[in-house]
Design a protein around this ligand. Structure first.
Ligand code: SAH
Length: 347
């Protein structure tokens, strides 16, 4: 297996059969070997810097009904909220003063936020904070909407592909959603000029090693600037309430593989990873990740943006989250930096 890690390190690519062999035959020794290589590649490109993104969860209304997601339309127990433009700008102000230079606006697919409203919000943030990057994570939109947001000043877009296997996609989503459209959105975002992030949940129901290999092949083909992966975690009020969560171990292994595939990729150690293990995010960084996304949402709404059960940091003020994150990173020899943290190809 170590030869496969060496080959991946050198050539940045394996065949589908080789990825499958590596994933299926992994063990703690191979994993440690992989993480050593992944860390070396990460340090070569980004040193010991950890980029921070201030996450603003601005609406939990959603028109979609993804089977895994706690804010799905059919979850009538979800206590719905929307932030006003003023509240969003306050989050940015708090974040800016704490050293954030990227704001991530994430939400369900909420028709209330028309293109016009989004453009206005994006322009206002850019006017107040011209030295900051704006990342959007608001799902599937038309080419023209994406273009309008980009022209208003949005820099990056996160849209996890969720799974690159069409049949698997169909088992995670209702029929109204398709992998074809999800992929088309990602290609449109790239064509427009966004720094683009795709990604998937590790250990989502019905996922097989073959699905993961397809995810890796899709990532290879899209060549995104960012890849967001984290373990699937069940939510009590969804059809997947009784499904098993993904593991820390497999998530870390995949982070290591992705770092070797795309040496310059922006790779977050996600909140979900921090939720399934108290040191999940630190271990994610040590497996090759270089981004963390502390929460800037007002504490009054934190508990309402529950994508999965037991989500961490739902009670803390932004400043506490930031200090906690700084300490966590220092404890493993890495440093949170004040910077936009663009992809190497743009810096
Ligand atoms: N509406 C936006 C943002 C979705 S939330 C969009 O469609 O892109 C961001 C990510 O959270 C999703 O892409 C999904 O991969 C992840 N997520 C949702 N439910 C989850 C769960 N139960 N466990 C782990 N991750 C989950």
């Amino acid at each position: 297996m170590k030869q496969l890690v060496d080959k991946l390190h050198k050539t940045r690519n394996l065949s589908p059969e080789e990825y499958k062999e590596l994933i299926d035959n992994r063990n703690p020794e191979v994993a440690e070997y992989l993480f050593e290589k992944a860390r070396a590649v990460r340090v070569k490109n980004y040193g010991h810097d950890v980029y921070i993104r201030g996450l603003i969860e601005f609406t939990n209304y959603c028109r979609n009904d993804c089977y895994y997601c706690g804010i799905r339309r059919s979850n009538c127990c979800a206590d719905r909220y929307r932030l006003t433009k003023e509240q969003i700008l306050e989050c940015c102000e708090t974040g800016y003063n704490l050293g954030f230079r990227t704001f991530v606006l994430q939400g369900g697919e909420d028709r209330y936020f028309t293109d016009e409203k989004m453009v206005d919000i994006i322009r206002s943030i850019k006017a107040n904070y011209p030295d900051c990057a704006i990342t959007l994570s608001i799902g599937e939109k038309s080419y023209d909407s994406y273009k309008a947001f980009f022209d208003a000043g949005a820099d990056r877009y996160l849209l996890r592909h969720e799974t690159a296997n069409a049949e698997h996609y169909g088992r995670l989503h209702p029929e109204s959603l398709s992998l074809t459209n999800r992929k088309q959105c990602l290609h449109n975002l790239k064509a427009i000029g966004y720094q683009v992030g795709c990604g998937f949940m590790v250990g989502s129901p019905y996922q097989t090693t073959d699905c993961l290999v397809e995810d890796l092949m899709f990532i290879r083909e899209l060549n995104p600037h960012m890849v967001g992966i984290g373990p699937f975690i069940p939510h009590r009020q969804t059809p997947f309430a009784d499904k098993k969560a993904g593991t820390l171990e497999l998530t870390l292994f995949l982070l290591g593989i992705i770092r070797l595939m795309l040496p310059e990729v922006l790779l977050p150690a996600t909140t979900a990873l921090g939720t399934i293990h108290p040191k999940g995010r630190e271990l994610g960084i040590l497996a090759g990740a270089n981004v963390v996304m502390p929460n800037l949402s007002p504490t009054s709404v934190r508990k309402k943006y529950m994508l999965y059960d037991n989500k961490i940091c739902t009670g803390d003020e932004a400043a506490e989250c930031m200090n906690c994150m700084k300490r966590r990173m220092e404890s493993i020899g890495y440093h949170v930096t004040v910077s936009r943290g663009d992809h190497k190809s743009i810096q």
